[in-house]
Design a protein around this ligand. Structure first.
Ligand code: MN
Length: 396
């Protein structure tokens, strides 16, 4: 228990302690830790300049021993009444701070590791073929995204323009995307890099990955459908990827760890994780204009983040501090567990009815999409991830 008044049911209890980067009017960016409705100013509380750089990269680069030690100190400060007079002056109401992009992201990768999502997309887009591509159960399919357009929650989603050609069209046309979509995903932040030429095994996942955030991989389905053969996603994805401002440390998710579902066929040796189960029981929630439209269960993911990291580096590609990789759209088996509108509206054929009487196939200008998530924490508590939100603005 903390001496601080932490609201009952908060996702930001003493078992979480997520890191973010914030400012207040007229002050510089610095690292903070969320606790209840407050932020602890780490730059002020510790005096360590690593927390005054305006990004988490320098702290993350110190490695797992330093992460553990800082978490141990923070837990002590916030639970032991004897620290109260020293720490309390450095607590700010969360509603008074502005949250920044927490990570400088050198490289961004997006995977495609939800079997239900991949099968749904296969059925919608390639109804005459098997729903899963031949490689899908052998390797975590992914693509390299655009790191420079990873932005913090709240960044406006300007409707992208581009080329599209529906199968019935004779020629491609240019204009604002007519099939703008969301993708509810979980993101993993690399803290410790790796050497070029040296793969990172599944077992080394906690030596490299610092924490977890939420990701909305905004997608223009019409642009994507026309451009993706033969080299994969490009402009249909690169216009914006939104992330939540709080990074939940891997240590906070220890109570949420689970085994991934049975994999058949058995993965190749470099992807085996029998002794390193890194699935997480995280439930996402997707809201459109405030209405809950889906609750995708990350627990159903076929490939874990540890396997994704092993696959990402198995060719010797190196990691850098701040690299972000996302799970791929999370969808569960039930219709109300689908993590994208292309699935929820089944390719646009079955409009989604919202409680306000309106319907949606894809996003309209003015729509606000908000992703949240929760995982089990210690002693029956809940680990929250904050939110990643964005409002769609008209094309420019
Ligand atoms: Mn995606």
């Amino acid at each position: 228990m903390s001496w601080l008044d932490v609201p009952a049911g908060t996702g930001f209890g003493i078992g979480n302690l997520p890191y973010g980067v914030f400012s207040t009017p007229g002050t510089l960016l610095r690292t903070g830790v969320a606790i209840g409705d407050h932020v602890l100013d780490l730059a002020a509380a510790t005096g360590d300049p690593v927390h005054a750089t305006g990004r988490l990269n320098d702290l993350m680069a110190r490695g797992p021993a330093a992460w553990r030690e800082l978490r141990r100190r923070l837990t002590g400060w916030l639970t032991d009444e004897s620290h109260r007079t020293d720490i309390e002056p450095h607590l700010l109401p969360r509603e008074e701070v502005t949250l920044n992009l927490p990570i400088e992201v050198p490289d961004y990768v997006d995977f495609y590791s939800s079997r239900h999502h991949a099968e749904n997309l296969g059925r919608i887009l390639r109804p005459d073929s098997p729903p899963l591509p031949a490689n899908w159960r052998h390797l975590p399919v992914g693509y390299h995204g655009r790191a420079g357009t990873v932005a913090v929650s709240g960044t406006p989603v300007v409707r992208p323009c581009g080329q599209r050609k529906a199968p019935a069209d004779d020629e491609p046309t240019f204009g604002p995307s007519q099939r703008l979509d969301l993708e509810a995903e979980v993101g993993f932040v690399v803290g410790v890099g790796s050497a070029l030429g040296s793969p990172v095994p599944v077992s080394a996942f906690p030596d490299h990955v610092f924490g977890v955030c939420l990701v909305n991989d905004w997608s223009a389905r019409d642009l994507q459908a026309w451009e993706y053969v033969p080299l994969g996603p490009f402009l249909g994805k690169s216009f914006l990827t939104s992330v939540s401002p709080w990074v939940v440390p891997l240590a906070a998710l220890e109570p949420a760890r689970i085994r991934a579902p049975e994999r058949d066929p058995r993965p190749l040796p470099y992807l085996r994780d029998d002794d390193h189960p890194w699935g997480f029981d995280i439930t996402l929630e997707v809201r459109l204009n405030g209405h809950l439209i889906s609750a995708p269960p990350f627990a159903t993911s076929y490939w874990t983040a540890a396997q994704q990291l092993a696959h990402l580096t198995v060719n010797g590609a190196s990691l850098r501090t701040g690299d972000l990789y996302a799970s791929g759209t999370v969808s569960g088996p039930a219709p109300d567990q689908r993590g994208s509108l292309i699935e929820l509206s089944w390719g646009g054929q079955e409009p989604l009815a919202l409680p306000d009487g309106s319907t949606r196939t894809f996003l309209e200008d003015g729509d606000v999409v908000t992703l949240t998530a929760a995982a089990p924490g210690p002693d029956g508590t809940r680990i929250g991830f904050g939110e990643v939100t964005g409002r769609v603005e008209p094309a420019r």
